[in-house]
Design a protein around this ligand. Structure first.
Ligand code: GMT
Length: 376
C-alpha cells in the first residue's frame, strides 16, 4: 500500500507512534509518505520506502494567524496525486482529520478517491476537545473519517461521552518494537547516574501540567527518605524550569538530574529500576509502555487508559491521581528487595509483549485494507 501519514512531528507520544508506525509499515514493504511541518524527531534516516514532505506556511502579512490547515490540505492533495497514495492515516482529529477531509473533497471533485483513517490520541479528545469551541469540527471530522481508531478503551469511551459521535471507533493500542530494547549497556548508565548502587527512578514526559511532575518529585522525596535513590527526569516543557529550580534549592537536589529531551530515551530507561507516571489524565501512556519494554516496572496514577497498560500487581502498581503517599508506598513495595523488583521487572516485560508491533501493526493494516476496498 502507498500510505500518507500526517502527525505532529514532536517528541509527543502521538508523533512517536506515527513515526514508528511508518518505520514498521515500510519494513513490511509498504511505501510511506510523512507529510508535516517538520521532519518527525524519531524519523530514522530515510530509505527508499519512507519519504518526507514538508508543509511550509509562508508568513503573509495580511493574516494575523497563518492558515496551516489549508496549506496542509493543499499539500495532501499534491502528494496524494503525485505519489498515487492509497490512503491517508492522520493522527489527531484537529487539524489533521479536518485537513484530510478538505483534501478528500478536493480530490473527489477531480475524480480521485482518497480515504483517510483518523487516530485519536488523547489530548485532542480529553483536553482540547473539552473546549466547546472545537466540538463541532472534531465531531464532524471524526464522523467523516473512513475509519477511526482510539489508543485505548478509555479514550473510546471519552470520545463517545464528549462528542456527537455515533460511528464505530476501533481500539488500536500504542505499540513497541520489543526487539529494539536490550539491557546490554546498563552498567555504564548505572555507573553514571547511580554510582553507589542507589535505586534509580525515572520519569519521561513533556512536563505539561497534566503530567503532574511535582507529584513525581514528591514521591521521590518520600522514597529517598527510606532508601538510597536517584531520580532522572527526561523531557522538557512548560513546568520544567520551575521544578528544576525547586529541586536545585532542596536538600535532595543533588539526587535529581534533568536530562532534557532524548531522541532514544530507552538508552537510559534500560538501566532504571522504576518508572513514575503521575498524570492527571493519560489516554494510554506510551512512556510507561516503553519503560515496561525495557523491563522497568511502573508506579502510576489510575487514570484514563493507564490501567489497560500497567497491570496492577504485575507490571507495577496504581493509585488515585495525586495520592503521593500511596504512590511512594507502592514504589517502596517494588523497590524494597531484589526478589520483588525482579518479579515486577519480569511482569513489566511480559505485559509489554501484549503491545508488540507484530501484534498491533496487523490491526492497522487490516483497517487500511478495509477502507481501500470499501471504494472498489
Ligand atoms: O502525553 C502527551 O502529552 C503527548 C500526547 C500526544 O498527543 O502526543 O500523548 C498522547 O498520545 C500518546 C500516544 O497515543 C499516548 O500514549 C498518551 O497517553 C497521550 N497523552 C495524554 O493522554 C495526556
Amino acid at each position: 500500500m502507498r500510505i500518507g501519514i500526517v502527525c505532529y512531528p514532536t517528541f509527543g507520544g502521538s508523533g512517536v507512534v506515527a513515526t514508528e508506525l511508518g518505520h514498521a509499515l515500510a519494513a513490511k514493504g509498504h511505501v510511506v509518505h510523512f507529510i508535516t511541518y517538520q521532519q518527525p524527531v524519531r524519523l530514522r534516516p530515510l530509505d527508499g520506502s519512507v519519504h518526507y514532505h514538508e508543509v511550509r506556511v509562508s508568513d503573509y502579512p495580511l493574516f494575523d494567524y497563518q492558515p496551516y490547515e489549508l496549506v496542509l490540505s493543499s499539500k495532501l492533495v499534491d502528494v496524494a496525486k503525485y505519489e498515487k497514495l492509497d490512503l491517508l492515516h492522520v493522527h489527531y482529529a484537529i487539524p489533521h482529520a479536518s485537513a484530510a477531509y478538505m483534501a478528500q473533497r478536493i480530490l473527489e471533485a477531480q475524480g480521485i478517491r482518497l480515504p483517510f483513517v483518523t487516530t485519536l490520541h488523547g489530548t485532542d479528545i480529553t483536553l482540547v476537545g473539552r473546549d466547546p469551541s472545537f466540538e463541532p469540527v472534531i465531531s464532524f471530522a471524526i464522523e467523516q473519517s473512513n475509519a477511526v481508531t482510539a489508543v485505548s478503551e478509555s479514550l473510546k469511551r471519552d470520545t463517545y461521552e464528549h462528542f456527537h459521535v455515533k460511528r464505530e471507533i476501533h481500539v488500536v493500542p500504542n505499540f513497541v518494537c520489543i526487539d529494539q530494547y536490550s539491557r546490554s549497556n546498563t552498567a555504564t548508565i548505572r555507573a553514571r547516574y547511580a554510582p553507589n548502587g542507589e535505586r534509580l527512578l525515572v520519569h519521561v514526559s513533556n512536563f505539561r501540567p497534566v503530567k503532574r511532575v511535582d507529584d513525581v518529585v514528591e514521591v521521590f522525596k518520600r522514597v529517598r527518605a527510606k532508601m538510597p535513590a536517584k531520580l532522572l527526569l527526561i523531557g522538557d516543557g512548560p513546568d520544567r524550569q520551575r521544578i528544576e529550580t525547586a529541586c536545585r534549592q532542596s536538600e535532595f537536589g543533588g539526587d535529581v538530574q534533568f536530562l532534557g529531551k532524548l531522541t532514544v530515551p530507552e538508552d537510559v530507561l534500560v538501566a532504571c529500576d522504576l518508572f513514575l507516571l503521575t498524570s492527571e489524565t493519560e489516554s494510554f501512556g506510551l512512556a510507561a509502555l516503553e519503560a515496561m519494554a525495557c523491563g522497568v516496572p511502573v508506579v502510576s496514577s489510575n487514570t484514563g487508559g493507564t490501567p489497560e497498560v500497567n497491570r496492577d500487581g504485575v507490571s507495577g502498581l496504581l493509585s488515585p491521581v495525586g495520592d503521593v503517599d500511596a504512590m511512594s508506598a507502592n514504589a517502596l513495595k517494588i523497590l524494597g528487595d531484589d526478589a520483588t523488583l525482579a518479579r515486577y521487572r519480569e511482569g513489566a516485560l511480559t505485559e509489554a509483549k501484549r503491545f508488540d508491533v507484530n501484534k498491533v501493526l496487523p490491526m492497522y493494516e487490516a483497517l487500511y485494507k478495509q477502507v481501500i476496498e470499501a471504494g472498489t
